[in-house]
Design a binder for this molecule. Structure first.
Ligand SMILES: [Zn+2]
Length: 320
């Protein structure tokens, strides 16, 4: 379990694939997938994933540091934990993905893509999460990413659509983890967190922590508050309450690139959560014109370079 990231980046399987510390038993399930079960677990389980996109390294480094702290007993693990490095091949290459974006493939959508390392990996991760959560019962799933672009809110969470409301404790933890904005989806998607939420009723959130940088070039201090909240979560301790409440947004509309004629009317420097006034033309795709429909809408994840049929951006409205 030690040097989990190093083994994963080297593409190696450790000679010992299970073991015990004073506090927990660990099992290496697959490349980049380790289960930790405390000898005396009393609290609900947790899935912690990072590196679904291979160029989003800051949360991977943070997860690796947390694993080391667990191994050395600096954090007393109080809940069953499944740790996942999502896309090891893309992490090795320092790329978002090698063939197709894995975070559009979950809930079986990988079957709609040409077969690749990513479709096979999405299938493996679905099985791992199923195996873990069918035994573990109600759980939280935090899938950690970094955004491609800069953001007016550098730390934010994106929540999959679900039929029942989110637990207050879950939403409260997000504020304590230093998230500045919470974004709620209103429609299903192919994300990892939608899969765990929809199939296993997990409390799931995609955490966006800063901007994508290569390994070793991350300023991890800007995530200290998030790391402290994660340490507390692992140990089953109360988080420190922060005074600032995150702003809340919901998805107003999705911009989808349907054809080669697609044009996004935003610059490459447009930051996440940039505001647009009612009536502004956001994008055009042949005869389809995307306009701001509410008084103000805020853009999230603008990306004109996605494959046909995929999301080129989300427009949000603030929940008041
Ligand atoms: Zn990502």
């Amino acid at each position: 379990m030690q040097e989990f990231l190093a083994y994963t980046l080297a593409g190696e399987t450790p000679a010992r694939r299970c073991g015990e510390t004073a506090q927990f038993r660990w099992t290496w399930w697959d490349e980049g997938v380790v289960e930790l079960v405390p000898h005396h677990a009393t609290l609900p389980a947790l899935v912690l994933s990072a590196g679904i996109h291979g160029n989003e390294t800051a949360p991977v480094e943070m997860l690796d540091a947390l694993m080391e702290a667990l191994h050395h007993g600096d954090i007393a693990l109080a809940r069953p934990l499944l740790v996942i490095l999502g896309n090891p091949a893309a992490l090795r290459a320092g790329k978002r993905y090698l063939t197709d974006d894995m975070n559009r493939m979950f809930s079986g959508r990988w079957q709609n893509f040409p077969e690749s390392g990513e479709t096979r990996r999405a299938c493996v991760l679905e099985h791992c999460v199923e195996r873990f959560l069918t035994c573990a019962g109600p759980a939280w799933h935090l899938d950690m990413h970094t955004a491609i672009r800069s953001s007016y809110h550098p730390r934010f969470g994106v929540f999959p659509a679900r039929k029942t409301p989110y637990e207050q404790a879950f939403l409260g933890w997000m504020g304590d983890a230093g998230l500045q904005a919470l974004v709620f989806h209103r429609a299903p998607g192919g994300t990892f967190t939608h899969f765990s939420s929809d199939h296993f009723d997990a409390q799931s959130c995609t955490l966006e922590l800063g901007k994508a940088q290569p390994f070793g070039q991350n300023d991890l201090t800007q995530f200290d508050v998030t790391k402290a909240a994660l340490r507390a979560l692992l140990a089953g301790e109360a988080t420190e309450h922060l005074n600032a409440q995150p702003l809340r947004y919901e998805v107003a509309q999705q911009i989808t690139r349907q054809s080669e004629a697609f044009v996004l009317h935003m610059s490459a420097q447009t930051q996440n959560f940039t505001a647009f006034a009612k009536g502004t033309v956001l994008a055009e795709d042949g005869a389809t014109v995307y306009r701001v429909e509410n008084d103000t809408e805020y853009v999230l994840f603008p990306n004109p370079n996605v494959a046909l049929g995929l999301r080129a951006g989300l427009m949000l409205k603030e929940i008041t």
